[in-house]
Structures are given as structure tokens and as C-alpha cells.
Design a protein around this ligand. Structure first.
Ligand SMILES: [Zn+2]
Length: 302
């Protein structure tokens, strides 16, 4: 990466400040990887100045939300978990709860919350997503940095957002400020699992590239690193769940995206992956963590 201006160059772990080791393995887009010796966070060590990821492409957004991100099962699961943490309500009236979904995409999760009666708010920087939210009946979408939001919420959610954040503790401190003292944050993000070893093993046999960390997904958490991040930003974890989001279906597309060119090999790996998934061997590739602000923390003392 000579002659490329870097936005961040981490010398220690971006969560716990411990020593890191630089890995020989690179990201799929050629960036240097580092791993923390203490909390095991795997992350992009030098993040280049690049605005590519922030380009708002209306066609791409519409295609993504109508063809790629169509599995809503994680939202159903999340809503169940969230409702379990709320006191039993007469007639299930959730209207007194304000929920903020950071990176709310097309607003489908918020529209499910709205159907239950929640007061719903979203954060989305891309105009094409804000338009989709409006189409889905979500009016309150902040198109600004969360540091500029001057309201407080009972619940804040982040679905597949944490892995994109270039700076971690500062962002989570802001989330802490956005929450009412008895509120909580619900985070779902990819985590390290046997899947990473599987991909590494495959890379010895074929031209496969590890795409779990890249310019877009700048870190891959471990449960330990998530807990350290929350504790550092004055949160108290309430619940930690490890989940497998790999399904039986459509593995061929996933395998092709890893860079496998031969269709014969794609079919073979698809069959092997299905067996591994059915046996639970590829492990839980997603982490869900629910946490509340530490009760003794002063609101403005962060
Ligand atoms: Zn660390």
C-alpha cells in the first residue's frame, strides 16, 4: 500500500490498547491485517483514506434490499429478545418505548417495531436508504452523525453495523449517551468462528480469498473483544448469544464470492459445506450482545 494515504494506522488494539501482531495474510482487497494479543480482535491495521464505500448508488441500494438482504429472520429473533427484556405490558402496548436503529437500511426492522406500537427512529446517511425508509412508512430518519442527535432512547439497535466502524470506543460512548439509564443496546455482528479456519483451509487448495475482513468490514470481533469494548465504554452486558446465520440454501453464490472459479469445485464445496453446516461444524458465525449503560455512570461523565 505504498503511496496510499492512510486515515488510521493502528499501533495497538483499537479496543483494549494491548499489543498487536501483524499477520501475513491480507484482506481480500490487499490491506494489512492485525490481531490483538489480548482480546483477539481481528482488524484492518491501516485504513486508507477512501470515500468509495460512502458513494450513494440508488440502483445498488434498491437491488441490495430487494434481492440480497431479504432474510428477515434475524429481525424476528431480535424483536423476540427485545420484548423479553421489557416489563410485561397490558395489551402489549409498546408505544412508550423509543427505539433507534443505527444504520437502519430500508427500515424493514423499524416497520416491524412500528407494527407492534414502538415509537421508531432510524439513522441512515445514504439518501437512497432514507427514501426506502419513507416508502416503508418510517418518517423519523436522522441523516446525520449520531453525535448530533439530541434525544434519548429506550432501545438502540445495530444490525451488521459494528464491523464497519473505523473507530470503536468513541462510537460506543456516543451510543451510551443516546440511551436512557434503564435502556439497552442490541448489537448483532459477525464473529470469529470455525468458518474462518474452513476458509483458510480452502485457501491452500484453491484461489479462495478471505472476505470476512475488508475495507468495508474493518474488523471481525471475538466475544471477548465485544465485551471489552462494552466495558470500556461503560456498558454492562446483559446477554450474549452466539448464532449460526449460515443456511443450507444458496451456498454456491457464497462460494463463488470467495473467488472459486471452477463450477465443479463450487458444487463439491457446496456439498461439503452443507454437511458441515448440518453437523454444526462451521460454528456460530454471528454474535448478539445486549448491554445496558452502567447504572452508576453519570450521564455527562463519559
Ligand atoms: Zn484488544
Amino acid at each position: 500500500m505504498v503511496n496510499v494515504e492512510m486515515k488510521y494506522s493502528f499501533k495497538t488494539c483499537k479496543i483494549c490498547d494491548s499489543s498487536i501482531r501483524t499477520l501475513k495474510e491480507k484482506t481480500v482487497d490487499g490491506l494489512t491485517l492485525a490481531k490483538c494479543n489480548n482480546c483477539n480482535l481481528l482488524f484492518v491495521k491501516d485504513i486508507p483514506v477512501s470515500k468509495l464505500w460512502a458513494v450513494d448508488d440508488k440502483e445498488k441500494t434498491n437491488n441490495y434490499y430487494s434481492h440480497v438482504a431479504t432474510d428477515k429472520s434475524k429481525f424476528v429473533y431480535a424483536l423476540e429478545q427485545i420484548c423479553k427484556l421489557l416489563p410485561d405490558l397490558d395489551g402489549q402496548d409498546y408505544s412508550k418505548y423509543k427505539i433507534l436503529d443505527i444504520g437502519c437500511g430500508d427500515g424493514v426492522f423499524l416497520s416491524m417495531c412500528k407494527d407492534l406500537g414502538f415509537s421508531v427512529y432510524g439513522v441512515e446517511l445514504r439518501k437512497s436508504c432514507v427514501d426506502l425508509c419513507h416508502d416503508n412508512g418510517i418518517e423519523n430518519v436522522f441523516r446525520k452523525d449520531i453525535s448530533e442527535i439530541d434525544e434519548q432512547f429506550d432501545i438502540v439497535t445495530l444490525f451488521d453495523v459494528a464491523e464497519h466502524l473505523e473507530e470503536l470506543p468513541p462510537f460506543f460512548m456516543l451510543i451510551n449517551k443516546l440511551l436512557k439509564r434503564n435502556g439497552f443496546v442490541y448489537i448483532e455482528t459477525p464473529k470469529q468462528s470455525v468458518l474462518d479456519l474452513y476458509i483458510k483451509l480452502l485457501s491452500y487448495f484453491t484461489s479462495i480469498k478471505n472476505n470476512r475482513v475488508s475495507r468495508e468490514h474493518v474488523q471481525l470481533f471475538s466475544i471477548d473483544s465485544l465485551k471489552k469494548l462494552l466495558s470500556k465504554t461503560s456498558f454492562m452486558p446483559l446477554k450474549t448469544i452466539s448464532k449460526c446465520s449460515l443456511s443450507w440454501k444458496d451456498k454456491k453464490k457464497y462460494i463463488r464470492n470467495l473467488g472459486v472459479k471452477s463450477e465443479l469445485l463450487v458444487s463439491l464445496l457446496d456439498a461439503i459445506s452443507k454437511v458441515f453446516i448440518s453437523l454444526g461444524i462451521l460454528g456460530n458465525n454471528k454474535a448478539i450482545i445486549i448491554a445496558m449503560p452502567q447504572p452508576n455512570e453519570e450521564q455527562n461523565g463519559l
